[in-house]
Each structure stands twice: as C-alpha cells, then as structure tokens.
Design a protein around this ligand. Structure first.
Ligand SMILES: [Zn+2]
Length: 279
C-alpha cells in the first residue's frame, strides 16, 4: 500500500517536472502549451500510425496528385508554427469525404473529399486545419490522455518494455484517428488554419466555401463527412460565422492572395470517378 502510494507520488512529481520543462509553441503569436510526450516520441507514434494507415488504405497511384497535395501542404507547413518535424501529405483513393492528421505531421486526404472541393483554396483550408491540429498538439494530446500517466511515463523514460508502450500508443492513436476532437480544439484548428492559409497566399474565402460545401453534404450519406463536420448542423453554422468574423478582422487581406480555381479545375479531372457512379 505505502509502496504504491510512494510510487504514485513519484510519478506525479516526474509529470509535474516534465510539465514545467516541456513548454512548446503550439500556435500563432507564440502561443505556448505544456507538452509531456517529446517531439521524437510523437513522431515515432505518428510514423507507426502512418505505417498502419498505408497498410489498410489504398494510396492513390497518381504521382501528379501526390506531388500537388504535398506541394500545397509543405507551403502551408512552412509558414506554420511547427518547424521541428518533417511533414508528410498523402492522398488515399477512397470515396470517403474526409481527411485526418496523425501526430508528428502525417496528414492524409481521401479522393472523395478532394472531389468535393472547387478550388485550391478550399483544399488548402482543410490542409491548414489538419496542420493546425498537429501544431496545437491536439492529436498527440488525446493519445497522451487516453494512454494514462503510467504508460506515458514509460514511453517518455524509455524503460524496459518501452517498445511495447510505443505499440500501445500507436494502437490507441489508431482508435482515435476518426474520433471527434473537442470543440475547443476544433475552434483552435479553424482559427489557426485561416491564419496559416492566408500567410501561405490563399484567399480565406476558401475556408468559408469549404465549410459551406461540407455542411450541404451532411445528413445520411454512406460516407463520413470531414471529421463529422456536417453531423451537427448548428455547430457547423457557428464555424462558418466564426470564419467570416475572423476574415473580417483580417482586413485588409494581403495583396496577391488566390483561390487557385484554374489549377484545381485541371487537377479535378485526374481524380477517380465515384464508385457508385460506376454502377
Ligand atoms: Zn478538426
């Protein structure tokens, strides 16, 4: 009894110590947050998840599309507040209308979502949103919370059995991949996302267009719609209002921002047709 209490106290002290030591920039304007799991471990967890995703899903075979998404992704990541990781952007061939981010900068887009977008700025809005979840450490924080203190302690200190803990963390992360983020995390990702897309040269109207499009797709489809964006209508309307208000505060917008309509229209022709349309 006394041994387990002292052990628990020890764990708590270590965690408090780490809380004090691991302060990271997690958003625009030098926003700081406490992070327990260090970046190297976060990247290991993300890499393990990426390996599983790529075993389970069909990576789209069009290198033109892969390079296009990666180019847009790297451009936005370069102006984000996270430069301590290597970013990866890949297209999955599937009719699902979704995109997701694993910790450590592994971001995936489904062709089903790309097909719904009308211009590069709309795609960039989703890219920026997913990048923001990684910048805000939302993706690693929910893995951290689900793992619990003892497992995080083992993971961070790399004690005996640490590779088992890494596998456990990857499994926990996979289970959370399509789980909802908290509303606060979503608000933050929306806000950072609009900030980053404008910084990268995109018209933030793309974010409004993207939200409105996905909202209109909601309701009883066979496929999940982007992070279940359209599943709760009032919340989606709130996100659209917030986006418009943020854009109003950003006036005047920098010159030369673009929607990238022409380029995207060409890229749309390279996407596979919808399975159900093929009969
Ligand atoms: Zn989100």
């Amino acid at each position: 009894m006394s041994k387990s209490v002292s052990l628990r106290t020890y764990f708590c002290l270590i965690v408090v110590l780490l809380l004090l030591l691991s302060c990271a920039t997690t958003g625009p304007g030098g926003k700081q947050s406490f992070i327990i799991i260090p970046t190297s471990q976060e990247v290991d967890i993300g890499a393990g998840m990426a390996e599983q995703v790529e075993q389970q899903e069909k990576i789209f075979g069009d290198t033109v599309w892969q390079n296009y998404l990666d180019g847009v992704g790297q451009k936005i990541a370069a102006v984000s507040d996270r430069k301590d990781i290597t970013w990866h952007f890949k297209v999955i061939e599937s009719d699902q209308i979704n995109a997701f981010a694993a910790p450590g900068g592994y971001i995936y887009f489904y062709t089903g979502l790309l097909r719904e977008m009308d211009n590069e700025a709309e795609m960039a809005a989703v890219v920026s949103h997913e990048i923001s979840h990684v910048v805000g450490r939302h993706s690693i924080k929910r893995v951290q919370a689900a793992l619990g203190v003892a497992a995080v302690y083992q993971l961070v200190f790399g004690e005996e059995g640490a590779s088992d803990v890494l596998n456990l963390a990857v499994g926990v992360g996979m289970n959370l991949l399509f789980a909802d983020y908290s509303r606060d995390n979503e608000r933050e990702a929306d806000e950072f996302g609009i900030h980053y897309m404008v910084k990268a040269g995109y018209d933030p109207q793309g974010a409004v267009g993207m939200f409105e499009k996905l909202a209109s797709l909601g309701g009883g489809g066979d496929y999940g719609v982007f992070e279940k964006l359209a599943s709760s209508h009032p919340e989606t309307q709130e996100r659209i209002r917030n986006a418009k208000a943020q854009i109003a505060r950003m006036q005047p917008l920098p010159p030369g921002i673009t929607l990238g309509k022409e380029r995207y229209t060409q890229m749309l022709q390279r996407l596979p047709t919808k399975q159900q349309d093929q009969g």
